[in-house]
Ligand binder design. Structure first.
Ligand SMILES: [Ca+2]
Ligand SMILES: [Ca+2]
Ligand SMILES: [Ca+2]
Ligand SMILES: [Ca+2]
Length: 443
């Protein structure tokens, strides 16, 4: 098992609170039927039927990046002396417990679960009536594990599919001694998109296919929106050789859409500047991002140069673009932001300062702590939970807690994957190849 799927497992239990719309697959996997286990059946003083609870639950898999299953619970409390105080408890396979108080005496509710590895979920309904009697009813459902794309030999032919779970780009060109790329060329460029297991997901020219560019322009920011539709947002190191097509600071999409750098910066009251683009991550529902990409393409690059146009569209689609620039915001004596800050294109605010990204012991942040470590790769979940931000810096730090500019760091925490973890399966002559673009599914 690799470390990325491990991270995915570890994280699963933390997602209960977020909300996200998804398409529910109508495959009913298991239906847990009524189990009645009134633990403390008590006749009420009026001699009516004893307090009892019926509970049933069913579960189905969902097609949603943030959740694995939908759980439906139905319950009915009868007997005893109404009114009742009803509590629902849902215990996940990892022991995490969700408690819902003050439920109705009878009802059906749906809950989204994030347990991609499957397992047993216990549903416990407890009731207390007005005479103080209590009862509980319990049932359980089995969650089937979510289907995963396993990296195998066959995936070498499937190109970008190998970047479903994670993708990155190095800062250096190198020759692979490990798995041979599908096109037979052992030379890996700093412009190629690489995936888990040292697979070349896309050559630079593949990413640029819609732009009719065949020279390697480098790759220094990436976000994978949908591998099946081959929708990747990215940025190059060099301007397009086709005059006026795009700059190295523009945000490009594999469908041929371009968002000019200036559009990303209007929220900061900067007009018609190009400060470069070094890292990118889309926040919002995947379906909305895909719709937005169609719109970006149909509107054309010139349209997005209109001040505020991008910000209005992002609000309309419920999206945000998190990014970092190559250059620090103008006015050097009092910059609005640093090239090491994570910025919001929609709101024109700093999502996370360089000083917040790095662990407290690191002297990050200007002017107070001393150094701008840069931010040249970033990824997070689509909900934009800041505690899931993973990133890479532009410069290394040798003291404790040390890191290199090729490592993957977790916000406020430090190194999660070293550069060697990412590239060792290429068996390169050097184990340090840098890291300047990163995507992790459900980081
Ligand atoms: Ca690169
Ligand atoms: Ca760039
Ligand atoms: Ca970069
Ligand atoms: Ca880096």
């Amino acid at each position: 098992m690799n470390r990325f799927s491990f991270a995915l497992r570890k994280r699963a239990s933390k997602k209960e609170g977020a909300s996200s719309g998804g398409i529910w697959i109508s495959v009913l996997l298991f239906v847990g039927l009524i189990i009645l286990s009134a633990s403390a059946l008590t006749y009420s003083q009026t001699g009516s039927a004893p307090l009892s609870i019926e509970v049933s639950a069913s579960v189905s898999q969902v097609d949603d990046p943030d959740y694995s299953h939908a759980l439906e619970v139905s319950w009915k409390v009868t007997g005893g002396t109404p009114p009742y105080d009803v509590t629902l408890e849902i215990v996940g396979p990892d022991g995490t417990t969700e408690v819902h108080h003050k439920e109705a005496s009878e009802g059906t509710r749906q809950f989204k679960l994030a347990h991609p590895d499957g397992g047993t979920v216990l549903v416990n309904v407890k009731a207390e009536d007005s005479s103080g009697s209590s009862a509980s009813g319990m049932t359980s459902v089995s969650l089937a594990p979510s289907p995963r794309v396993e990296i195998d030999e066959g995936v070498l032919d499937k190109g970008v599919l190998a970047c479903r779970k994670m993708a990155f780009s190095t800062e250096e060109d190198f020759v692979t001694q490990g798995p041979e790329p599908a096109d037979g060329n052992p030379i890996i460029s700093d412009g190629d998109l690489l995936g888990e297991g040292c697979v070349v997901c896309a050559r630079n020219a593949d990413l640029l296919q819609a732009f009719k560019v065949t020279v390697d322009l480098g790759l220094d920011a990436v976000d994978i929106i949908d591998v099946d539709r081959y929708l990747v947002a990215f940025s190059t190191e060099l301007d397009s050789p086709n005059t006026g097509q795009f700059t190295a600071g523009d945000l490009l999409i594999t469908n041929g859409a371009v968002i000019p750098n200036a559009a990303l910066l209007y929220g900061f009251h900067l007009r018609r500047v190009d400060l470069g683009l070094d890292a990118v991550h889309f926040v919002g529902e995947s379906g909305k991002i895909i719709e937005f990409f169609d719109y970006v393409k149909s509107a054309g690059r010139e349209y997005w140069l209109r001040e505020g146009g991008l910000q209005a569209s992002l609000r309309q689609y419920g999206l945000d673009i998190w990014f970092s620039t190559e250059g620090t915001g103008p006015y050097p004596t009092q910059p609005a932001f640093l090239d090491g800050d994570l910025l919001s294109a929609r709101d024109g605010i700093i999502v996370a300062r360089n000083s917040l990204l790095l662990p407290p012991g690191v002297p990050a942040g200007i002017p107070n702590r001393g150094v701008d470590f840069g931010l040249d790769a970033v990824t997070c979940d689509r909900a934009g939970n800041r505690e899931h931000i993973h990133f890479s810096t532009e410069i290394l730090y040798k003291r404790e807690p040390g890191f290199t500019d090729g490592d993957v760091l977790l916000i406020l925490d430090g190194v999660v994957y070293t550069n060697k973890d990412l590239v060792h399966c290429f068996e390169p002559k050097s184990n340090f190849l840098g890291l300047d673009a990163l995507y992790i599914d459900r980081p």
